[in-house]
Design a binder for this molecule. Structure first.
Ligand code: SF4
Length: 426
């Protein structure tokens, strides 16, 4: 038999025999998650399946209230109550208002380990591929079926290997790298395929930075983003989880759909311009663009090291006149760590507004909706029309460093001059 990719290995372990790309399989899942935009539908679907208030294993199901948290509306409050009641009745885990974004909480709380097969009723479930788990977003009905039975059907995806060579220049980050890939292959460049990221650039990245990369796999249509676990991954997982990892690494003769090799040594900070994630331009090539709001947060870039980079730039400065900065820590733990490290004080002193750990303004359901015609620079992963709640606003996506440099200048700004003396970050 030919060698296997990471995806094929994980599916084989969850199907009970060797399986390969394009096979339709029914696999055991290790964990199922729903957030407040999708769980109410999953709960309804469970009831329709005769599984009212029952899940296959309460320890392997989590509901997270993160998208509209705290609730901005009476109707949303009712849905949150429904989730709380379901969690009480079924025994499923509940992460209530203020705990953080689902995709930060699952790895951080030790609920995902290398080799797992995870499904979540949210498209950015692909984030946990950074730990070497095959994790993917599913609709609420598929999520309900997985919650009920612990199983789900899949087509084993083909894999594109993305080999990243060279060294990231100072002031250029994982976010720039994944935006560059989106610009290169387009928003449908990896539809229903797995992206396997590898090479010395990945080896040098922190686990958090790898999450930024895998988080955006869905933005090029991928079913999953995957990184083979290494010593760094295993140390990170050991610090967060009790379960034994089952690392899956690709065979040297694994069959790939194609290999994309990118030397990142000359990469400049990248910006996804309105209104598409693959409308990517190197920041120095953009015309002068004034901004009204910056947003630092989300499951893409709301982690402690993101805040460290942004605080390093912002410390001792004030936001440009007329510019707002909204900061949403990706979890309560990150919030506390950022307070302890002084980053939150730095942001507040500069004039920023800190909002509840969670999705914040990312999805446009509550705080931080921009006005008509305003430009926003955001660390999020999506910038389609209306994403932040106003179809007349313009969302630019960049790294935390780019957001920090831009809110100080009042226009999209290359952060690299801030890193000249430091010799680089990853
Ligand atoms: Fe989705 Fe944004 Fe929340 Fe991430 S932070 S789960 S992209 S709404």
């Amino acid at each position: 038999m030919p060698g296997q990719t990471i995806a094929e290995k994980i599916f084989s372990a969850h199907v009970g025999r060797e399986v390969y790309a394009d096979e339709i399989v029914i696999a055991d899942v290790d964990f199922v998650m729903g957030q407040d935009g999708t769980s109410p539908l999953a709960i309804k679907a469970l009831a329709a399946m005769g599984h009212e208030d029952r899940v296959f294993d309460p320890d392997k199901v989590a509901l997270v209230i993160d998208h509209s948290a705290p609730s901005p509306l009476e109707g949303v409050s009712a849905l949150h109550q429904q989730m709380r009641a379901f969690a009480r009745a079924s025994g499923a885990r509940l992460f209530d208002v203020g705990r953080g974004v689902c995709h930060q909480l699952l790895p951080e709380q030790g609920l995902v380990v290398p080799g797992d097969l995870v499904v979540g009723c949210d498209s950015h479930t692909c984030t946990y591929g950074a730990l070497g788990a095959f994790s993917t977003g599913v609709g609420s009905t598929d999520g309900a079926a997985a919650m009920a039975t612990g199983k789900l059907w899949f087509k084993v995806p083909r894999t594109i290997r993305v080999l990243l060579t060279g060294e990231l220049p100072a002031g250029v980050f994982a976010k720039d790298l994944i935006l560059h890939l989106a610009g290169l292959i387009g928003a449908d460049g990896a539809t229903y395929e797995a992206l396997e990221f590898a090479g010395p650039v990945i080896d040098a990245l922190s686990v958090e930075a790898r999450m930024t990369i895998c988080n955006m796999a869905i933005e090029v249509g991928a079913k999953a983003g995957l990184i083979a676990p290494d010593e760094k991954t295993l140390a990170w997982v050991a610090a967060h989880a009790d379960r034994e990892p089952r690392p899956a690494v690709p065979d040297s003769d694994a069959v790939y759909e194609r290999v994309i090799e990118i030397d990142v040594s000359d990469l400049a900070p990248q910006i996804a311009c309105p209104h598409a994630v693959d409308n990517v331009v190197a920041l120095p090539d953009l015309p002068e663009t004034e901004i009204a709001q910056g947003f630092l947060g989300t499951c893409t870039n709301g982690r402690l090291e993101d805040f460290a980079v942004a605080a390093g730039i912002i410390a001792g400065h004030k936001l440009a006149p007329g510019v707002r900065l909204i900061v949403a820590p990706a979890s309560a733990d990150i919030y506390q760590d950022a307070i302890a490290a002084g980053y939150i004080q730095t942001f507040v002193e500069a004039g920023a507004c800190i909002v509840t750990p969670g999705c914040g303004p990312c999805v446009g359901t509550h705080n931080g909706v921009p006005s008509d015609g305003e430009n926003v620079i955001s660390t999020a992963n999506r910038n389609f029309k209306g994403r932040m709640g106003n179809s007349q606003a313009f969302i630019y996506l960049g790294s935390p460093a780019t957001v920090a440099a831009s809110v100080l200048a009042g226009r999209l700004t290359d952060p690299r001059p801030y890193f000249k003396q430091e010799g680089g970050h990853s």
